[in-house]
Design a binder for this molecule. Structure first.
Ligand code: NAD
Length: 491
């Protein structure tokens, strides 16, 4: 499928009580990173419409909570079929507004569908538990939804990140209020329309467009019981503090600076592709992208392989664009600053060939900085672009120390052919997700996703088994129907 960059008239409105509404807030253009030009418009929700959306969500949720889990799952089954049917259309809008390649957009949607499939499995696996604790006395767990829950998502995965939480929260009986990124709001139309077609009752999914003001509406509204956030660390902390100050449960995933420890015994081909694709995929705009390579000992042959593979990327074909002009300018500047700080530029993405028909897009190619000093900006700050900073290390101990000195703790990996060494690094790296010879160690369902340190505020994870207690309360029910002869201390 070819990307059609001539589309300019997409609209992102607000989905309130099952209907799309412009609301009376501001209107903003949505810019495609491919062209630097409008591909649509987003209409921000105002406070009155937001409050009325939450009222509708609250009343719809009461019915939804009483619908058996298997019946709720039936709606999500329909939703899955619609997403699969419409995957071309959805991948296209994701690519257009976000700058990913269509293949990357499709892969993100598929990962979202994998989380949806996990949510569908709950009807068979999340059966609580019941046992006779004394003669004639039974204890039982019952999972109960919280009510209305809120979620704020970033620009970098317009379909996948929302799908980390929407299916699980909804199948468990909650109503869900979603604020997409104002930079990539168009995909929400396709997701909400798919839910409506699947038979989701009106009010169970709300889409509220906007920026900071709408985030504040979510974190302060008394009827919203829990808030999930995914985005930068700075905003994750703001949202976490506001939501918890308003007595809400909050789980806020933040930014990252992911380290890869490369050892001389690593397989050359696995390393070349694994590390290169990790920092260039999605043009480096993923929280799981490799951004620091801790090169232990003599690994020049490996670095050459990484560079060769990165050089083969073609902007506008195998590699997409950067979300905004400002972010692209920031990356250009970050490269210049790193060189001033003493780094050696061994691959300069500022010189990569731009697609001739989309010269106004936000382009930068793969960039590799060698001999980066630990403690410098290129070594420590999240740049969020296709830039790999190489720090030369004497030994694994030094590499682990540098990795663990990061404020972030999202992901880390080791590339080696030694099992004991891989185990050693896995045991000592401070991160939530770890990979062995894997450049992007995203856990696949049913394994949960989530970091530690400044990459996450709150407890638990955002997907998989470790997410269930976030979206629900567990009621403990103890039952006795008749007097028992052999009463004990408990009965
Ligand atoms: P961002 O923090 O700028 O925005 C995220 C959301 O917060 C958006 O919906 C935005 O409208 C809202 N927002 C922005 N400023 C706000 C403010 N001052 N107050 C309240 N809300 C505000 O993040 P982004 O640029 O959209 O996404 C990129 C960031 O997200 C990177 O740091 C990346 O590492 C991170 N990310 C993390 C994960 C993870 O799983 N840890 C996943 C994806 C992205």
């Amino acid at each position: 499928m070819q990307l059609d960059t001539s589309q300019t008239n997409h609209q992102a409105q607000n989905f309130i009580a099952g209907k799309w509404q412009k609301s009376a807030g501001e209107t903003r253009p949505v810019i495609s990173p491919y062209t630097g030009k409008n591909c649509g418009e987003v209409f921000y929700i105002n406070k009155d419409d937001f409050n009325s959306a939450v009222d509708s969500a609250k009343s719809a949720q009461k019915q939804w909570a009483q619908t058996p889990l298997k019946a709720r799952s039936a709606v999500l089954f329909n939703f899955r079929n619609i997403l699969l049917r419409d995957q071309d259309k959805i991948s296209h809008i994701v690519a257009l507004e976000n700058g990913k390649t269509i293949n990357e957009a499709r892969a993100g949607l598929m990962k979202g569908i994998e989380v949806l499939e996990y949510a569908l499995s709950l009807q068979n696996s999340d059966i609580g538990g019941k046992m006779e604790v004394s003669r004639g006395v039974f204890c039982e767990y019952r999972r109960e939804p919280l009510g209305v829950v809120g979620s704020i998502t970033p620009f970098n995965f317009p379909a996948m990140v929302p799908m980390w939480t929407i299916p699980i929260a909804i199948v468990l009986g909650n109503a869900y209020v979603w604020k997409p990124s104002e930079k990539t709001p168009l995909t929400s139309k396709f997701v909400a329309d798919a839910f409506a077609e699947a038979g989701l009752p009106s009010g169970i999914l709300t889409v509220a467009q906007g920026e900071k003001e709408v985030v504040e509406m979510i974190t302060t509204h008394p009827d919203i019981k829990a808030v999930a956030f995914v985005g930068s660390t700075k905003v994750a902390e703001i949202v976490y503090k506001s939501a918890t100050a308003h007595n809400k449960r909050a789980l806020c995933l933040g930014g990252a600076k992911n380290h890869i420890i490369l050892l001389p015994d690593a397989d050359l081909d696995v390393t070349g592709m694994g590390i290169s694709d990790s920092f260039t995929g999605c043009a480096g705009q993923r929280c799981m992208a490799a951004s620091v390579l801790l090169a232990v000992g003599e690994v020049d042959k490996h670095i050459e392989k990484i560079k060769e593979r990165a050089q083969s990327q073609v902007l506008g074909e195998s590699m997409g664009a950067i979300i905004t002009r400002e972010q692209c300018d920031f990356l250009y500047q970050a490269i210049e600053d790193a060189v001033k700080d003493g780094a050696t530029l061994i691959l300069d993405g500022r010189e990569s060939k731009k697609p001739s028909d989309m010269r106004e897009g936000h382009w930068i190619g793969p960039t590799i900085l060698d001999n980066v000093a630990p403690g410098s900006v290129a070594a420590c700050s999240e740049l969020f672009g296709p830039i790999l900073s190489i720090i030369r290390c004497k030994n694994v101990t030094e590499a682990i120390e540098i990795q663990n000195s990061s404020v972030y703790g999202n992901a880390a990996s080791v590339f080696t052919s030694s099992g004991p060494m891989a185990e050693y690094v896995a045991a000592h790296a401070e991160c939530g997700m770890f990979g062995v010879n894997i450049g992007v160690p995203v856990p696949r369902e049913p394994f949960s996703f989530g970091g530690v340190k400044a990459s996450k505020f709150g407890h638990g994870d955002i997907t998989g088994d470790h997410s269930l207690d976030f979206w629900t309360d567990v009621k403990k029910v103890t039952t006795k129907w008749e007097m028992q002869k052999d009463s004990n201390w408990m009965s």
